[in-house]
Design a protein around this ligand. Structure first.
Ligand code: APR
Ligand code: PHB
Length: 393
């Protein structure tokens, strides 16, 4: 089989890239290891930056998001027995974020690709990418128990942290940067009204907590947990009790609980691979970088990679230009590292790393300083709503 752009992975990165290329007359094929049901059933984050919202509108997949998504102009941070609101709108010249689940984004993109006749192969895992440094790249994949080849001009590795694209890069050509945090997040999804209109990030002596949502009737909550903890250790009641103990009193009183729709534990890590391009193989999204979920940057970074990669590929086919392909990795990594920094900083400030009361006092002092200063509030707000995409043309 042959196509112009071979895309590995039907997460948000691969799907959005395929859709943007299609709208510009460029053909692609997506290979996905899992079933469609599995891909659409994964519960992930749900905060979209303005830049991602704009890109989804450009991709013509924004109707349902614009109808059902919730626009948020701020968040609260609770610490040291009080709660402070960070007003995004006022501190960023009118910017906000959109609350709309990654699961919904994925479904909208899959429907748009299929409606346009796009080729999405499920249960078709890529095994390796070959010949991307010298000639025409080939993706070796499996379908119906048979080994097959997809021959392409360019390959986009959008296959997440455990994918096949990154390991195909030549040995010694990559540099990896990594930090693993000594805790995880235990999350619950429930059909209960959110405790507040906006998200609440909580620094508490017992550990971090987060109140998030998917809609006016569906909540997503998290509590910091031990790395070796297991959902089997948690009944619904135990989760709600622990969450209530970490919330500010007014929120704890208002909390409405209910049975879990889902409960899971996620480890926290920061990870970057450099570069993000090897000849005609380009990495995008989680295949190239992971951030801890504090600040919800993972999905948005996948979107900003796709912003740069789509433009570079369009310039290549429409104008025979290779300069944007050459600049892809550097442009992505500049923004990636700023999000890596913000997610690490936000994580460090809000989580319990040890039992040292000195460290806890320092965190409270830092949060007190930041929320008490216009500069401090601005630095949180402008990073949270998302740093701008660079001009790339
Ligand atoms: N062959 C084909 N598909 C693969 C392979 C493979 N060898 N390995 C992994 N995949 C698929 C996965 O099953 C998954 O559907 O690649 C897809 C990668 O999608 P995501 O993990 O969603 O990654 P990405 O599209 O980069 O989205 C960014 O932001 O919120 C964060 O981590 C969260 O998924 C989110 C990410
Ligand atoms: C979520 O809603 O799942 C969520 C929100 C904000 C975060 C992380 C996760 O920082």
């Amino acid at each position: 089989m042959r196509t112009q752009v071979g895309i590995i992975g039907s997460g948000p990165a691969g799907l959005l890239l395929s859709q943007l290329l299609h709208l510009n007359g460029i053909e692609s094929v997506i290979l996905e290891r899992q079933t469609r049901e599995h891909v659409e059933g994964r519960i992930r984050a749900g905060v979209l930056e303005q830049g991602m919202v704009n890109l989804l509108r450009e991709a013509q997949v924004s109707d349902r998001m614009d109808r059902e998504g919730l626009v948020h102009d701020g968040i609260s941070i609770a610490f040291g027995g009080r709660r402070e609101r960070i007003d995004f709108y006022g501190h960023t010249g009118g910017k906000s974020v959109m609350i709309y689940g990654q699961t919904e984004v994925t479904t909208d993109l899959i429907n748009a690709r299929l409606a346009a006749g796009g080729i999405l192969k499920y249960e078709a895992p890529a095994l390796a990418v070959e010949d991307f440094l010298t000639g025409r790249p080939r993706i070796i994949y499996e379908e119906d128990g048979q080994k097959k080849e997809l021959v392409c001009d360019l390959v986009a590795g959008c296959d997440g942290y455990h994918g096949a694209a990154r390991p195909s890069a030549p040995a010694g050509a990559t540099q990896v940067f990594e930090k693993v945090y000594p805790f995880g997040w235990l999350g619950i999804l429930s059909d209960t009204p959110p405790v507040d209109e906006e998200l609440i990030y909580v620094n508490h002596e017992r550990g971090f907590a987060l109140c998030s949502m998917r809609s006016h009737t569906r909540s997503r909550y998290y509590v910091q947990c031990e790395l070796d903890d297991s959902v089997d250790n948690w009944t619904d009641d135990a989760f709600w009790d622990e969450l209530r103990r970490r919330l500010p009193p007014d929120a704890a009183e208002k909390l409405i609980t209910g049975p879990r729709l889902e409960m899971s534990i996620a480890p926290l890590r920061s990870f970057v691979v450099e570069p993000m391009r090897f000849g005609n193989l380009f990495l995008a999204g989680d295949a190239a970088h992971i951030v801890p979920p504090t600040g919800a940057k993972g999905l948005n970074l996948a979107a900003s990679d796709v912003f740069y990669l789509s433009r570079a590929i369009i310039a290549y086919y429409h104008e025979k230009r290779t300069d944007l392909l050459d600049r892809y990795s550097e442009a992505c990594l500049r923004r990636v590292w700023k999000a890596i920094r913000f997610s690490w900083w936000f994580t460090s400030m809000l989580h319990k790393f040890n039992d040292d009361p000195f460290d806890y006092r320092l965190q409270v002092a830092e949060l007190d300083y930041l929320t008490g200063s216009a500069a401090g509030r601005t630095t949180i707000a402008e990073n949270y709503v998302g740093l701008p995409f660079e001009t790339f043309e």
